[in-house]
Design a protein. Structure first.
Length: 134
């Protein structure tokens, strides 16, 4: 079964529908690439998905080990390259403060997060710079 249906709306915009839930995401090309920048660009979604995946993996890791995971925030900065146009690097700042993890738990949880499926699926030429606060 398909995961999503993507429809081109014109003017460099798409509507992406998650088929199982009906949730929709609209994308727009960024201003620096002929778009209006009024929604996530496809490469914004890749950058955002990387952190969302990391948090999902942390949740699964903690759930399987009965470790509390109650709080996390992050920012991600995507830096584009040209020739060809692509994501060149991501700067990810993660705040995991407030979970009460030991240093050993924290190290293992961060290692699990960095090995999330989205990160493992990205081109190895993308430089990822992490900062974790806990």
């Amino acid at each position: 079964m398909a995961t999503a249906r993507i429809e081109y709306l014109g003017e460099l915009r798409t509507k992406c529908t998650h088929l199982a839930s009906g949730t929709e995401i609209v994308t727009d090309a960024p201003v620096d690439n002929k778009g209006k920048g009024q929604a996530f660009s496809p490469t914004d979604l890749v950058a955002t998905a990387s952190v969302s995946c990391m948090f999902t993996i942390i949740g699964i890791y903690c759930q399987e080990r009965d470790i509390p995971f109650v709080k996390a925030t992050a920012t991600v900065q995507k830096n584009m390259e040209s020739s060809p146009r692509r994501i060149g690097s991501l700067t990810i700042e993660v705040n995991l403060d407030g979970n009460g993890w030991s240093n050993q738990q924290q190290e293992r949880i961060i290692a699990a997060a960095k090995a999330c499926p989205v990160m493992k699926s990205m081109n190895e030429s993308i430089q990822v710079n992490y900062t974790f606060t806990a």
